[in-house]
Design a protein around this ligand. Sequence first.
Ligand code: TTP
Ligand code: MG
Length: 407
Amino acid sequence: MMTRRIMHIDLDAFFVSVEQVDNPALKGKPVVVGGNPERRGVVAAASYEARAFGLHAGMPLVTASRLCPQAIFIEGSFSKYRRASHHFMAILADFSPYLEPMGLDEAFLDVTGFESLHGSIHAMALKIKQRVKDELRLSASIGIAGGKVVAKVASELSKPDGLIEVAPGEERAFLAPLEVAKLPGVGRKTEQLLKRRGIKTIGALASTPVATLKAELGIYGEALHRHANGIDERRVLPPTEAKSISRETTFAEDTRDLSRLKATLRYLSERVGSQLREQEKEARCIVLKLRYADFTTISRSHTLSQGASTDQAIFEGGVALLEKALSKETRAVRLIGIGVAGLTEPARQLDMLKPANLRSEQLNKTIDRIRKKYGFRAIQTGQTLRLRDIFPEGDEGYTLPTPSLSR
Ligand code: TTP
Ligand code: MG
């Protein structure tokens, strides 16, 4: 049997790099995508120059601007990143049909047996990096190994603009000296738990008896043990469709103003709805997310008796959950989000033939068509118009203060 060869490709400082291609004056500077630090929200992406100051994704923008006052903060444009991402994936698909995108800027590629086409897998990786550079002006980092986990660790370690190939059979030795946190799946909590047990490196994790890990971490301990030993048989799988769609945003100021909350909810519902209909799906479950001023985050859901795909249905479900959540609540709201889950293929139910439902569905279709042609702002409902005072408008809709979170 041929030795499996898996490649992990990840673009460097993706959002920021796209901005630097558009505006070369930003090159070589500490740049942050995520929005204006006065408007709150978190860092979505930081340039390597900004990372030198300790900035990283997920850090509140205020902290970032305190650590690095000279940083340039940009709002970012998700549609631009999505375009770059499509192009990136198209390049990868040219190299192997066994492609599994993991997000906008990273993917696994099964390249087993492809050396004959390119001389070596290493040469193939160099060609991929070159095409990404030529066509997108972006740099990619690549890891190559016998399985996904090691390939991903290798690409991460090679950053920026790197390439690391782990020879077959060398996986365990490659991982051994690295800190446990470098192993995908080891989050902050697991890291602390392991450190308390004196397990600091992946090598130490690999030689911990699997029974010990199972006792501490359950079934997940078993997978962790395998991965620490460089064993990962998971296949590279083509993308499956999204199981949920959501949008959320952080307010510039915490608010208890119900009409402002509803207006925002309406806007987010319309974004969710249009994506839902683009995928030709219906949802069975509406999920509302609220984060209060003290950062407590709650999530409330409502199951529908049958699938729905209209903005109105999503909004109404969300409003009901919102009113219920706030009825006994004194804290102000920092963040609001709405999502749909339980996605199914639309079933032509009898209820859909009720004139009111049919009308609402046709109205949504028309709105989607017009928006596709003229942009999201071309049509607004009375409720979202109110948002003009809250968020600045961009080409493709209101620019939400946390583009990273509004995917
Ligand atoms: P990453 O690949 O994790 O980060 P990166 O490409 O900016 O930097 P690196 O060189 O380390 O790969 O994520 C890709 C993009 O996804 C990133 O540019 C912005 C976005 N993102 C968020 O919006 N929020 C987040 O919390 C993270 C981690 C990423
Ligand atoms: Mg990246």
